[in-house]
Design a protein around this ligand. Structure first.
Ligand code: GTP
Length: 392
């Protein structure tokens, strides 16, 4: 087993005896077990040149996973894509023009997915020029956007036709219904709409013999974090072995006494995993806003590349060690702590796309060196996870 993987051992703040890296003597955590199994499986696979599969994940996709945004005209598809993936301020979506042709966007992110924005007026099943197989063959998820502030009966009817057409040939396609523009609607009204739409879709599907079609509903708006939360849930379904990531974060929270930890895709601010405590909007918002603070600060002050001379002086006497061996985090500049009230927040870059953000409890602050060490160990584990699970 590689030393890096062995480093998945984390150090409990309760037990300050265990402050050195090394073999863990006590019982291993579920995350460690899972990652070890995954690692060994990967080693076997490399040796045999074949895939050894204990629990087969979703069928591998050849290209980049694709998210298709569909729905009626003016339902808000382009606004969603622009706000989430291009940082357009929500108020500026008022000036977006209607989409005339399919917009294909490749998102540079930890999993390099594509977002296709369909014009509302197109009915792909009515139009023989569309190659349905090329479109849906390697799809990650179909996101159907319904304008909750408008009459939605026609949108629901079109969605039903689409699901029925797809279920016969592509039964595994994940269908995500965004009941959108719910800002300004009362909580009771939102839930009434969601219930009504859900019943209409499920009744239609069961009339045609599809009882358990994979359809999920989300209440969304571009004017708050709900759209990011919904995309997070959609993307998480595309991550193979998400449970391992969640177990690693849960373990980190337990050992460092963090209240909540999120693994973020920094560009889109979608969170791709969190610990097992229930995710609440407030903690997501504060962690996501904190990423903005860090990005803004970096934009103002720039990153801080060390000159070779400075590096040589740091690595020389009295330390006589490589910088990487001297600090807990190689990219120490992105490891910062801010205090929000009495709860510090820690952000640690994982790679150029991902960052780990956690809300700490008050009393964990005085054990910062140990916290840093645990975070570093988990970050190395995360890197290893993505190395092993990335499509080959
Ligand atoms: N209140 C509110 N308005 C929204 C929201 N999302 C989008 N809109 C508005 O809805 C209008 C239509 O948005 P678009 O993104 O152009 O809709 P579209 O689905 O791409 O439309 P087509 O390109 O014609 O298919 C714009 O004026 C947006 O500002 C939302 O969450 N809440």
């Amino acid at each position: 087993m590689s030393s890096r993987l062995r480093g998945i051992d984390v150090f409990d703040l309760e037990d300050t005896q265990e402050e050195t890296y090394g073999e863990q003597s006590g019982p291993a955590s579920p995350a460690r077990h899972a990652l070890t199994r995954l690692y060994e499986q990967d080693q076997r696979q490399r040796k045999n040149g074949s895939r050894v599969s204990e629990q087969p994940p979703d069928p591998p996709t050849k290209g980049k996973p694709r998210l298709l945004l569909m729905g009626q005209r003016r339902s808000g598809k382009s606004s969603i894509a622009s706000v989430v993936f291009h940082k357009l301020p929500p108020s500026e979506t008022l000036y977006l023009e209607s989409t005339a042709r399919i917009q294909k966007d490749t998102m540079p992110s930890f999993m390099d997915f594509q977002v296709w924005d369909f014009p509302g007026q197109i009915d792909i099943f009515d139009n023989p020029t569309f190659d349905i197989d090329a479109m849906f063959g390697e799809i990650g998820a179909l996101i159907w956007v319904i304008d909750a502030q408008d009459d939605y009966l026609e949108a629901v009817a079109r969605l039903n036709v689409t699901i029925l057409n797809l279920q016969r040939t592509y039964p595994n396609i994940k269908i995500e219904v965004f009941i959108h523009k719910v800002d300004g609607l009362s909580d009771d009204y939102k839930l009434d709409i969601q219930r009504d739409i859900t019943i209409r879709i499920q009744d239609e599907l069961s009339d045609h013999g599809f009882e358990n079609a994979p359809v999920t509903f989300h209440l969304t708006s571009i004017y708050n974090h709900s759209i990011f939360e919904a995309f997070s849930k959609v993307i998480q379904k595309l991550i193979p072995r998400l449970g391992i990531l969640e177990a690693m974060l849960t373990n980190l929270c337990r050992t460092c006494r963090f209240e909540k930890a999120y693994l973020f895709d920094v560009l889109s601010k979608i969170y791709i995993a969190t610990d097992s405590e229930p995710a609440d909007m407030a903690s997501y918002e504060i962690c996501s806003d904190y990423i903005d603070v860090i990005i803004d600060v970096t934009e103002v002050y720039g990153s801080w590349p060390r000159t070779q001379r400075y590096k040589d002086s740091l690595e020389g006497p009295p330390w006589n060690q490589k910088i990487e061996d001297q600090v807990a985090s190689v990219s120490a500049e992105s490891c910062m702590v801010l205090s929000d009230g009495n709860k510090p927040i820690i952000l640690r870059e994982v790679d150029k796309y991902l960052a780990l953000v956690a809300i700490m409890k008050e009393d964990s602050y005085d054990k910062m060196p140990l916290v840093n060490m645990n975070v570093e160990v988990v970050v190395q584990g995360l890197k290893e996870f993505f190395e092993i699970t990335k499509p080959k």
